[in-house]
Design a protein around this ligand. Structure first.
Ligand SMILES: [Zn+2]
Length: 233
């Protein structure tokens, strides 16, 4: 037996003192979800806990009618022997770090996170803790990103040049989070924007949460035919 606040189990990170899992790999009774990406939020659990905006994008990803309880950022929830709170992770709409405290000892699970702010989600907030469990997919120092404004300027220049040559531009992005970040950042006056069916429902959910998203069309065959290479709607 270990007295650690969180333990790694076959179903994922488990907090015995509060009887919940964080981003469990298997269906469990109580799942605390850092964010709605498929490698963190899986269907089949009895009850989910996430942020209010996180719930908006989590709902379509799990079983219809599954119980989702929401906890606003920074609010404290007592679960048996621990106090749990969620804090912005800056990764996508509603993404959270999970803070777990017991008797003055604090652990934080980051989930995916991004310290740089963007306009499509709540900005990352550092949380003091004794033990930090982190995701670090791009944590290696070899990863150095250009400023977002430069990336979007490049994308817009490329799109305009393609437009001038009568070519359609295609951008690939993860359907939830990255696609909405791209939509918020590109210059939508350049031409019509068509999106894949997997992207479309999340665009509306971002709008519902007050995030700026341009007008888009579902990329079906008819719309693709009508708008191919067009400079205007
Ligand atoms: Zn993610």
């Amino acid at each position: 037996m270990t007295d650690d606040l969180l333990q790694l189990t076959p179903s994922g990170l488990y907090c015995a003192a509060g009887d919940f899992y964080i981003d469990p790999w298997q269906p469990v009774d109580h799942a605390v979800i850092t964010h709605a990406h498929a490698d963190h939020a899986r269907p089949g659990s009895q009850r989910y806990l996430t942020t209010p905006t996180g719930a908006q994008v989590l709902a379509p990803r799990i079983d219809e009618g599954a119980s989702i309880r929401t906890l606003p950022y920074g609010e404290r929830l007592s679960l048996q022997d621990v106090t749990l709170s969620l804090h912005p992770a800056g990764h996508l709409l509603g993404s959270a770090q999970v803070r777990v405290e017991r008797g003055g000892e604090v652990w934080v699970v980051s989930g995916d996170y991004k310290a740089e702010q963007d306009q499509t989600c709540e900005p990352f907030e550092p949380v003091r803790c004794h033990t930090f469990i982190t995701e670090s997919t791009f944590g290696l120092p070899i990863y150095r990103w250009q400023p977002q404004a430069e990336v979007f300027a490049e994308i817009n220049d490329w799109w305009r040049a393609n437009q001038g040559a009568g070519r359609t531009s295609v951008l690939y992005a993860y359907a939830l989070g990255k696609a909405q970040r791209l939509l918020a950042g590109v210059d939508s006056t350049i031409g019509p924007i068509l999106v894949h069916g997997a992207v479309l429902p999340f665009v509306q959910r971002y709008r519902d949460a007050g995030i700026n998203q341009p007008d888009v069309l579902y990329a079906n065959a008819e719309h693709a035919r009508t708008h191919r290479g067009r400079a205007r709607w």
